[in-house]
Design a binder for this molecule. Structure first.
Ligand SMILES: [Zn+2]
Length: 105
């Protein structure tokens, strides 16, 4: 499967994997979520601001939902870099392959 050729610290999105593996998106999400639960993958939450200029859209990454929520509340739903609204409708979840030590035989 695609995951095996990813380098450590590579980010994968469920949509990308579903496209590459032709596995239904819902199933991919279930697999990734359970891998993350088993601590084989790290998850990352990413939110973007609604800046009208695509060049100036800011993205912010968080390691868990609590940090993300705290950030949104602290900034009153506004981007700290440009003052536009944070796009809370489109929060991305990314999965990160961990650099696991080789298992001893
Ligand atoms: Zn911004």
């Amino acid at each position: 499967m695609e995951l095996t050729i990813l380098r450590p610290e590579t980010t994968v999105s469920p949509h990308y994997l579903a496209r590459k593996t032709k596995i239904p998106l819902q199933l991919v999400e279930d697999i990734l979520t359970s891998l993350a639960h088993d601590k084989l993958l790290d998850t990352k939450f990413i939110i973007f601001c609604n800046n009208g200029d695509p060049e100036l859209v800011h993205g912010f990454e968080f390691v868990n939902k609590k940090e993300l929520r705290d950030f949104i509340v602290k900034n009153k739903f506004l981007c700290p870099d440009c003052g536009e609204n944070l796009n809370t409708q489109d929060i991305r979840v990314a999965f990160l392959k961990k650099d696991l030590p080789h298992k001893a035989l």
